[in-house]
Design a protein. Sequence first.
Length: 800
Amino acid sequence: MMDAAYDIEDIIDLSSTEILRRRSNNPVIDFFTNNPLIFHRKIGTSTQKTFDRLTNIAKEREYHLPLSGRGGVENLSTKMSESISKMGEDVVLGRDLKIILEQLLFKEKTNIEVLVLVGMGGVGKTTLAKLVYNDSQVDVIFGKRKFWVCVSEIFDPSKIIKLVIEQIDGNPCQLEGLQALSKKLKEFLETNMYLLVLDDVCHNLPLNSKFCFVYCSIFPKDSVMRKIELIQQWAGNGFISLNEGNEIFDDLLSRCFFQDVEKDVYGSITTFKMHDLIHDLAESIAKSLQCGILDDSIQDRNLSDRKQVRYLSIILNMGKEEEASYSDISIKLKDARVLRTLQLLSSGIVSKTFLDNCFTKFKFLRVLVCSNLKDIPPSIDNLKLLRYVDFSKTRIKRLPETICNLQNLQTLKLNECFALHILPKKLRKLSELRYLENDGCYYLDSMPDGMDHLSLLQTLNTFVVNDGGKNLNELRHLDHLEESLRIQNLNRIQNVVLENGILNRKSKLVSLELDFECDWEPTKGSDDEKVLQAALQPHSNLKSLYIIKFGGFFIPLDMSSLQSLTSLQILVCPNLTTLSNNMNFLRSLIHLEISYCQNLTSLPNNMGSLQSLTHLEIDCCPSLISLPNDISSLQSLTHLLISDCPKLTTLPNNMGSLQSLTHLEISYCKNLTCLPNSMGSLQSLTHLDISGCKNLTCLPNSMGSLKSLTHLKIYSCENLTTLPNSMSSLTSLTQLILYECPNLTTLPNDMDSLQSLTHLKIYSCPNISRLPDGMEKLEGLIINNCPMLEEYCKRKKTQV
């Protein structure tokens, strides 16, 4: 029945594809080049065969399972459920009971065992489970250590675990919270072997969610899966629509089918894993849905019938330069003509011949993933139903033009294709394309004309401005773009008439990177920067902004309108002299980085209004003279990095007011002669790194008040002669590193009072002649290129 349903879907999709093709082609040309009668004849033949199969199924069903009354299927299900619930042990097939008991009682128990009973409602799953549960042999092994928990209501992991704990312990459980409950359950399970039956685990799980869950079985165990990729593949296979993806994923996550989730800086889930036991559960169901894996041993995993396999991963491990031989696999799959998903996860190069064979044979493919290939055969356009293609991290230099004939294509992934330098000229024909991922395609130097025709496009990682710059205006019509967008080669828009509002209608865009390549320097006082602002001003919802290699004198955007901005990075802007005074409007800003701005002399005096700022990095700004005094008002600041600012001679005296600061790094500020005494008031500081400050002669005595300091690193401070004696009060210090301080002669005498110090590393400090007493408790001591100190240690060892 399922095969017939798949066939019907194939016929519908092929017909829809033909309609799309005819609408997109010139009707006059189409009349002379394609005979519609041939297509109609093929579809008619397939439809008739499928209809005949359904007729035969209906006849067999009526013969074996006669229906009566209205709503026959529903009535039958009810009757079966009622009759099975009254069955005795003799009615249930003894073979199934025997198999389960053997697996449960007589297999070697090296790991937790999961046995899954799968089937339609009313076929006796619960009855069979009860027979196992009540079997006398089970009683002998488990005794009272067996429990039955029904989870058919709203799935809540905390409630389920609490029920299990209460059954094991025999008392009400007062614990709350998933973590505390899991810890308690683990304590019970570590001491004894238990039999736990979870009844109706998938109750109320919609059919499409079940398909989505089982589909995960074609990914290798313990693999890190990307959420967006999985959702796109679900949609590509027709399990769900793209709009349903997040809801389905969240439902499966809430049922603990997924774990180990990782999130981005905005709190959105990016990756996750499946527990091995949950993967086993998916695999056990996968056979009925024709999902499987072929691995190096050419062994079938979960493939009950290769002829009907529909979702397949092929995993081959070999040398990266070795071309994978697929001859054995080709033989295995010679009859597998109904494949819908094919993942070629090979560490060796995928054979072009094998690919061409796949493109010719598997005409019902919806999802194609290839992890290692050099060339793509032009026969890819045989895959008319293809919706998802992933050629990421491959060595392809170009895509065949025929890929533009795939009118159902929704997702095209080309991430980190480092050799790719051109996209197909007629990419605009892919009218269903929603995701074009080309992040890390560094040699891509142009975009095909007509990108504005891709009106459904939601993801475009990199847009390259072509020579002449006119194609930038095409971005104006792609208003559905989401997530991140990088615009490259903006230097090419000189002397181009730009449309206003190219970016400001893209309300779902989260991150924007503007790369100017430093080749364009707008004339000071001209209207060039106003034109740029009118064209490139982003929507106020933007979260992250990168301005890279801009040759102008001022930031070419109105910062006051970007009140949702959380991250701002200004990188390699050689003519920038100051930042916008409107930065005080950036009340949501968390991360600010300013790097390689050679002519930047000062920062805005109103920086103290950035009350959400936690990270501030100022790197390689050789003209920066001072930091504003109101930097001390940044009460949320936790990380401060100041590096390679040679004209900086002092730091603000009131720096000690930064009460949230945990990490402070000051490096290669060669004219910095001292640190402010207020530094001792940084009560949250845990990491202090001072490097390359060659004119720094001493550290403030107030350092001894840094009660939270755990890591202190002093690197390449040529004129530093002493360390403050107050260092002996650093009671939390665990690691001290001294590197290339040639004029440092002694260490503080009272260092033996540093009770938390476990690691001391001293490199290239030739004038230190001895260690303080009490260093025997160190767990790690490294001394390198310190001849006097090394000699001292040898003498001490001899004396011992």
